[in-house]
Design a protein around this ligand. Structure first.
Ligand SMILES: *[C@@H]1O[C@H](CO)[C@@H](O)[C@H](O)[C@H]1NC(C)=O
Ligand SMILES: *[C@@H]1O[C@H](CO)[C@@H](O)[C@H](O)[C@H]1NC(C)=O
Ligand SMILES: *[C@@H]1O[C@H](CO)[C@@H](O)[C@H](O)[C@H]1NC(C)=O
Ligand SMILES: *[C@@H]1O[C@H](CO)[C@@H](O)[C@H](O)[C@H]1NC(C)=O
Length: 481
C-alpha cells in the first residue's frame, strides 16, 4: 500500500504542476476565460473523489453531479486527484466534442481502465480501429431483420411464462436483465438459446465486472488501484462463457478469436444492459404514475385489439407509447455519464466569462466529463417541471427553439455525432415490443402496497456503466384485489 501512495503523490505533484503551468500560459496569452471552479476543501481534490465514492455507495451519484451543475453553471472546472478536469452539460459544447470537433477527442485511458472486460472492442477504441469495428457492427446489425419482431418472440414468451404464476410482489429487474440477455444472445448467435439457459453465474459476473469498472473509471489516472481478485475472477467467468458459446455454435472464425470475443462482450453490454435499463425504468415510473399507465393501456388496447402481429411500424404509430419511451430516456438515459479526452489543444464554444457564454480553452490531455442525466433535467431546456415524469411534454411545442441546436444536442440518450449508438432503432423497437407484451399480459400490474414512493430522481440509484434503480423494481402482476 505504501509504495502505491508514494507513486500517487509523486504523480500528483509533477503532473498537476506542469499541466497547470502550461495551461495558464496559453490562457493568459490568448485572453481566454476560465469556467467556474468547484471549490476544494482538501489538498489535491481528495475531498472530491471521497464525495463521489460516498454518493455512489449511497445511491445518488447522478444527483450529486446534477447539484454541482445547478449550483455552479453548466460548464465547470474541478480538481480531481490533483488533475484539472472539466464537466459540461452545455448542448453547444457537446456538439463540438461529439460532432463538429470530433477528431480533437478520444476515449482517453478507457482501453486501459475497461480493458479487463472490454478488451479492444468498440467501446474502448478511437481512430482507425474504432472505425473498422463500427463498420463491421453496422453490417452485422443490418443483416438482422428485426422489423417484424420475430427475434423477440421466443425470449419474451419464455419470460412471460416464467412470470405467469407469480403471486405477490416480485422484483422484475433481474428478470428483465435475463430477458434482454436472452434476446441479445439469440441475435448475436442467430439462434435460440433455449437449449441451454445462460447460467446465473455468468450474469452475476457480468454485473460485478461492470460495477468494478465503473469504480476504476471514477479514479481516472489512478484506475490501477482497483484491480482486485474480484475483477479478474468476474472477467474470467465472462470470457470463458463467451468462448464456450463461440466454440459450441461453430461460429466461423474469419478474424482474431480474441477480438471476436471482445467485440461480443461489448455488444452484450450494449444489448443487454441499456435496453434492460429502459424497460425497467419504464415499469418503475408507470406503476408510480397510475394516470399515465391507464392512458397508455387504453392506447395499446385500441392499437392491438387482438393478438395480431406486433411490428415496428405499428409500434411507431402508438404515439403515447413513443412519448412515454422518450420521457423515460430523458429522465434515465441508460448511459448517464460519459467522458472524452482532448488529444490536442482545443476550444469549447461556451462556459467562460462573466455570463458564462465565452469560449474556453482546453489543453491536450484534459478529461471532459458530460452528464446526460443532468443535461436532460435542465429547466431552461425542459421547463420548470424538468424533473417530473410527464410524457405529454413531447407532444407540445419545445421550450427552446431548435435553431440553436438544442433540439438535437439537448437530448442525447443515444449519444450523438459519429459515435451515435448504432443499435438505437433496434433498442427502441425491442423496448417498445417488450413493454407492450408485458402490459398486455399483466393488465393489473401495479405498485405493491407499502412500496417506497418519492420524488423522481430521489430514489436510490445504482450506477455502474448503466443506470438502474438501486432497490430494483418491485411490482404486483397477478393479484386480483
Ligand atoms: C508543457 O509544454 C511543453 C512545451 O511547451 C511540453 O514539452 C510539455 O509536454 C507540456 N507539458 C504538459 C504536461 O502538457
Ligand atoms: C435467469 O435465467 C437463468 C436460466 O436461463 C435462471 O437460472 C435464473 O434463475 C434466471 N434469473 C432470474 C432472476 O430469473
Ligand atoms: C473546434 O476547434 C477549433 C480549434 O481549437 C476552434 O477554433 C473551433 O471554434 C472549434 N469549433 C467548435 C464548433 O467548437
Ligand atoms: C432540430 O434540428 C436538427 C438539425 O439541426 C434536426 O435534425 C432535428 O430534426 C430538429 N428537430 C426538430 C424537433 O425540429
Amino acid at each position: 500500500m505504501l509504495p502505491a501512495i508514494l507513486i500517487i503523490l509523486a504523480t500528483l505533484l509533477t503532473f498537476g504542476f506542469w499541466s497547470n503551468r502550461n495551461q495558464t500560459k496559453i490562457i493568459r496569452q490568448h485572453g481566454f476565460y476560465r469556467p467556474p471552479r468547484l471549490p476544494n476543501s482538501c489538498l489535491f481534490g481528495i475531498d472530491r473523489i471521497a464525495l463521489i465514492f460516498q454518493a455512489a455507495g449511497e445511491g445518488w451519484p447522478m444527483e450529486l453531479f446534477l447539484r454541482h451543475f445547478t449550483l455552479w453553471g453548466s460548464t465547470l472546472q474541478h480538481r480531481f486527484l490533483g488533475v484539472e478536469a472539466l464537466g459540461t452539460i452545455e448542448p453547444q459544447n457537446l456538439q463540438a466534442i461529439l460532432s463538429t470537433n470530433f477528431t480533437h477527442w478520444s476515449m482517453g485511458s478507457r482501453e486501459k481502465v475497461m480493458g479487463p472486460l472490454f478488451g479492444r472492442g468498440i467501446f474502448t477504441q478511437s481512430g482507425p480501429s474504432w472505425k473498422h469495428l463500427r463498420e463491421a457492427s453496422r453490417a452485422q446489425l443490418a443483416s438482422r431483420r428485426c422489423n417484424e419482431c420475430q427475434i423477440f418472440e421466443a425470449p419474451i414468451e419464455r419470460f412471460l411464462d416464467s412470470l405467469s404464476r407469480t403471486k405477490g410482489p416480485i422484483d422484475i429487474h433481474p428478470k428483465i436483465l435475463n430477458l434482454t440477455l436472452d434476446i441479445t444472445l439469440s441475435m448475436l448467435f442467430e439462434e435460440d438459446t433455449t437449449n441451454d439457459p445462460v447460467p446465473q453465474e455468468f450474469s452475476d459476473a457480468f454485473n460485478d465486472a461492470q460495477f468494478i469498472l465503473a469504480k476504476r473509471l471514477r479514479l481516472q489516472e489512478f484506475y490501477w488501484i482497483v484491480n482486485g481478485r474480484n475483477l479478474r475472477r468476474s472477467c474470467k467467468i465472462v470470457r470463458e462463457y463467451i468462448d464456450k458459446l463461440v466454440y459450441q455454435r461453430g461460429t466461423k472464425l474469419d478474424c482474431d478469436p480474441i477480438l471476436l470475443r471482445d467485440q461480443i462482450i461489448n455488444l452484450l453490454v450494449a444489448g443487454r444492459d441499456t435496453t434492460a435499463s429502459l424497460i425497467t425504468w419504464t415499469l418503475f415510473l408507470l406503476v408510480r404514475h397510475p394516470v399515465e399507465l391507464k392512458k397508455l393501456q387504453k392506447e395499446l388496447q385500441e392499437s392491438f385489439p387482438d393478438d395480431s402481429r406486433i411490428n415496428r411500424a405499428k409500434l411507431r404509430s402508438c404515439l403515447y407509447l413513443q412519448d412515454v419511451i422518450k420521457e423515460v430516456l430523458r429522465l434515465y438515459p441508460p448511459v448517464p455519464v460519459n467522458s472524452r479526452t482532448a488529444v490536442r489543444d482545443t476550444i469549447l464554444p461556451v462556459g467562460g466569462g462573466p455570463d458564462l457564454s465565452q469560449p474556453i480553452f482546453v489543453s491536450e490531455g484534459t478529461n471532459v466529463a458530460y452528464s446526460i442525466y443532468a443535461l436532460h433535467r435542465r429547466p431552461d431546456l425542459y421547463g420548470m417541471d424538468a424533473e417530473i415524469f410527464r410524457p405529454e411534454r413531447w407532444a407540445e411545442a419545445p421550450i427552446v427553439s431548435n435553431e440553436t441546436g438544442y433540439g438535437e444536442w439537448g437530448y442525447l440518450p443515444f449519444n450523438g455525432g459519429p459515435r451515435k449508438c448504432l443499435g438505437m432503432d433496434l433498442a427502441l423497437t425491442e423496448a417498445a415490443y417488450c413493454i407492450v407484451k408485458i402490459l398486455r399480459a399483466f393488465p393489473g400490474i401495479k405498485l405493491p402496497v407499502g412500496e417506497r414512493v418519492c420524488v423522481v430522481g430521489n430514489e436510490k440509484q445504482s450506477v455502474g456503466l448503466v443506470i438502474f434503480s438501486g432497490d430494483g423494481c418491485r411490482v404486483s402482476l397477478n393479484d386480483e384485489e
